[in-house]
Design a protein around this ligand. Structure first.
Ligand code: BYC
Length: 483
């Protein structure tokens, strides 16, 4: 199978709208990179199912009215294409010192290193998430979920291609070296880890997968939006198209958690359980109790907050000034887009207390993006809490305080409860498993993770989705597992 893939004719078989067939040098670089990618996919991509037929969508166009088609595909045959959103005519740089100047079609020399660093970091997260999720296929709660996992995985693979294309096209030899490094690092590896913290954590079970796609993919959304504003037009166009795919990943997370919460509430109702905090009783029903869901949420939200970097960051200010990385929805914000004399309130630790302090808006850009992220996170929470309230339970899932369980930024050296009360090391050590999943919580969840492979059937801890993918009926065979 490897052999066939190495023979792929890139100029015709890779869907691309960047005229690869006439760009011999880049084509050659991508051809050189491709076998290593396929090796990586076999070593670190989904464990098993490589010969199964999966009902996947493949991007084939950048027309928002119809950009993907669905069909049965074996994952190694997925057509990882290079697609950029259409070029906007006369686009100008929407922020920073170059505000109003024509967007760059080539790398601006003085910002080359910064631009390359951001593209490499973005690229590094994509394969990392595939590596983190590689074992999940074996315990999927349904064929529908199995298909969604693989859809997310192949698209993260495509997003790696997207960044590798930029590196190889615009950054010459060091771009090619960085592209090779992206295949060399491994999530969680002691010697050669992925670049950002959350991408070296484990995704041990399906509840973690849903939390990851809800919270961590949403960091991806915010970062991609910021890079989509970039004055470097090829990066902007690449990220704009990636966001089209990214929406489904967050849908998987949001609806996944909704379905887990729904099933738990239904099971508690059927069994006549009135107290959702009666963990032993609820677990006895073979569903995940709400307090444990809250602990998983605390973990994934806090890990994802770390991905925004320090609240006060000169890196962020420099990237903005340079016109490389903007704000969420930059073009819709009504201000001067230069921020030279503006301020922004930042949460900081002042004399042992968490306080809002005004900082120069330029250095506070990570904080601002993180605030936008938190607002976005709240939306799904409201939906989950509605499910709980509709079932008649007085229980609310909440986002923990930003000082809780942090490894990056202002609060990394202190301990705080999810309510934001600062506590000492001993209290933290004693109580942390009230707020974060313990080994026994993990063991319980793991005990539920038995695969369900009959079309239309679902594991007992998760309810069925409301609608199928591509409007398929409930018993559709999303994955034809090879035997
Ligand atoms: N872990 O000034 P600072 C996605 C480093 S997710 C480890 O505070 P800055 C996806 C930092 O590199 C989106 N190290 O932060 C989701 C710097 O090191 P150096 C991925 C960290 O630079 C799911 C030092 O600390 N895209 O797409 O303003 C599935 C001081 O940095 C971390 C991006 O992140 C950390 N968490 O902001 C698949 C966009 N945080 O250089 C995909 C590109 C900071 O001094 N990246 N450090 O050695 C960026 O914009 C920025 O680099 C960051 C950090 C927001 C990550």
């Amino acid at each position: 199978m490897n052999v066939n893939i190495m023979n792929v004719d890139y100029s015709t078989k890779i869907p691309n709208n960047v005229n690869l067939s006439e760009d011999r040098q880049v084509l050659k670089a991508l051809e050189g990179w491709h076998p290593g990618y396929i090796d990586w996919w076999h070593d670190m991509g989904p464990d098993g199912f490589q010969q199964s037929l999966i009902y996947l969508r493949t991007a084939y166009s950048v027309d928002p009215r119809g950009w993907a088609k669905f069909d049965y595909v074996k994952m190694p045959d997925y057509r990882w294409g290079i697609l950029l959103a259409p070029q906007e005519e006369n686009r100008t740089i929407p922020f920073g010192e170059h505000f109003g100047e024509p967007a760059w079609q080539e790398v601006p020399g003085e910002h080359r290193a910064m631009l390359r660093r951001l593209i490499v970091i973005q690229g590094d997260t994509e394969p990392a998430s595939v590596e983190q999720q590689r074992h999940l296929g074996k315990t999927a709660p349904s064929l529908y979920d199995l298909r969604n996992l693989f859809q997310v995985n192949v698209e993260e693979g495509r997003h790696l291609w997207a960044m590798v294309y930029l590196l190889q096209k615009y950054f010459g030899r060091d771009g090619r070296e960085e592209a090779d490094e992206l295949l060399r690092r491994r999530s969680g590896d002691a010697d050669s880890p992925r670049m950002l913290g959350a991408f070296n954590e484990k995704t041990p079970d399906w509840l973690s997968f849903f939390m990851f796609t809800y919270f961590t993919d949403r960091d991806g959304k915010m970062q991609l939006h910021s890079l989509a504003q970039s004055g470097f037009d090829p990066l902007s166009r690449t990220c704009r198209f990636m966001l089209t795919e990214e929406a489904h990943h967050m849908f998987v997370g949001e609806t996944g958690i909704t379905r887990v919460v729904q099933r738990t509430c239904d099971a508690m109702r059927e069994a006549g359980i009135d107290d959702p905090a009666d963990i032993a009783k609820v677990r006895g029903l073979g569903v995940i109790d709400l307090p444990t869901i809250q602990k998983k949420l605390n973990l994934h939200y806090s890990l994802s907050l770390d991905l925004f970097g320090s609240e006060v960051s000169t890196n962020a200010a420099n990237a903005f000034n340079a016109g490389i990385k903007g704000r969420y929805r930059e073009t819709q914000i009504e201000d001067d887009h230069r921020l030279q004399s503006d301020t922004y309130p930042v949460l900081k630790l002042v004399n042992g207390e968490i306080k809002r302090v005004n900082e120069p808006a330029l250095t506070a850009l990570n904080m601002r993006l993180r605030d936008d992220y938190t607002q976005d996170c709240v939306k799904g929470m409201l939906r989950w809490n509605k499910v709980i309230a509709t079932a008649g339970y007085d229980y609310k899932l909440t986002l923990p305080n930003v000082a809780f369980h942090r490894a990056i930024g202002e609060f990394r050296d202190v301990h705080a409860t999810p309510d934001g009360v600062l506590i000492d090391d001993a209290t933290w050590a004693r109580r942390k498993h009230e707020w974060l999943p313990s080994t026994s919580d993990g063991d319980f969840i793991a005990s539920l993770m038995t695969p369900v492979t009959e079309p239309g059937a679902f594991a007992a801890w998760i309810s069925a989705p409301k609608v199928g993918i591509d409007n398929k009926p409930g018993d559709f065979e999303y994955v034809k597992i090879e035997t």
